[in-house]
Design a protein around this ligand. Structure first.
Ligand SMILES: Cc1cc2nc3c(=O)[nH]c(=O)nc-3n(C[C@H](O)[C@H](O)[C@H](O)COP(=O)(O)O)c2cc1C
Length: 158
C-alpha cells in the first residue's frame, strides 16, 4: 500500500496551514520544502524591485537552492504539491524541488494559495520541471479559509 504525500513550500504560513490540514484529512505524509537560505520579510517585499523574491521571480530560470537531501519518493504514488502564488506563478524554488526529484510514474496534484490571483501559469511552469511520464492534475487555488472537510472533498475529487 502506498500513501499520498503532501509536499509544500510556504513562507508566511497560509499554504502550510492548508498542507497540514490536508495531510491529516487524507492520511498523507507531510514534507516541507526548505530553502537553503531562508526568506526574510525583506526578501518577500514585492514592492521592492530589488528584493530577493522580486529578483528571483523576474527570472523564470532562477533556481533558488533547497536545503537537505532529496526526498525518497519510493513510497508515494500521489503527491499533493502546495505553494503560494508569487507574481502570478509559484516561486521558482518549487521548480528546484521538482527538478531535483524524479516523479515519473507518479501523479502530482498542485494547489496554490494567493492574495487573490488564480492559478495563472502554474501548470505550465511546474510541469515543465517534471518528466513527461509524470501524471498531472490541473492546479487548484484553495482559499485560506478552506475547511478540513472541503479539503478532503477536494482531494477525493482531484
Ligand atoms: C513575493 C510575493 C509575491 C506575491 N504575488 C502575488 C500575486 O501575484 N497574486 C496574489 O494574489 N498574491 C500574491 N502574493 C500573496 C501570496 O500569494 C499569499 O499571501 C500566499 O497565501 C502566501 O502563502 P504562504 O503564507 O504559504 O507563504 C505574493 C506574496 C509574495 C511574498
Amino acid at each position: 500500500m502506498t500513501k499520498p504525500l503532501v509536499a509544500y513550500f510556504s513562507c508566511t504560513g497560509t499554504t502550510e496551514r492548508l498542507a497540514k490540514a490536508l495531510s491529516a484529512q487524507v492520511g498523507a505524509d507531510l514534507y516541507r520544502i526548505e530553502p537553503a537560505t531562508p526568506y526574510t520579510p525583506a526578501d518577500l517585499n514585492w514592492r521592492d524591485d530589488n528584493s530577493r523574491s522580486s529578483v528571483e521571480m523576474r527570472d523564470p530560470q532562477s533556481r533558488p537552492g533547497v536545503a537537505g537531501e532529496p526526498l525518497d519518493l519510493i513510497e508515494y504514488d500521489v503527491i499533493y504539491l502546495g505553494a503560494p502564488i508569487w507574481w502570478g506563478v509559484p516561486p521558482t524554488i518549487v521548480n528546484t524541488f521538482l527538478e531535483t526529484h524524479d516523479f515519473s510514474g507518479k501523479t502530482i496534484v498542485p494547489f496554490v494559495t494567493s492574495g487573490s490571483s488564480g492559478v495563472g501559469e502554474t501548470d505550465a511552469r511546474l510541469r515543465a520541471s517534471c518528466s513527461e511520464q509524470t501524471g498531472w492534475r490541473p492546479a487548484t487555488r484553495l482559499d485560506s479559509a478552506t475547511s478540513p472537510d472541503q479539503l478532503r472533498l477536494w482531494a477525493e475529487s482531484a
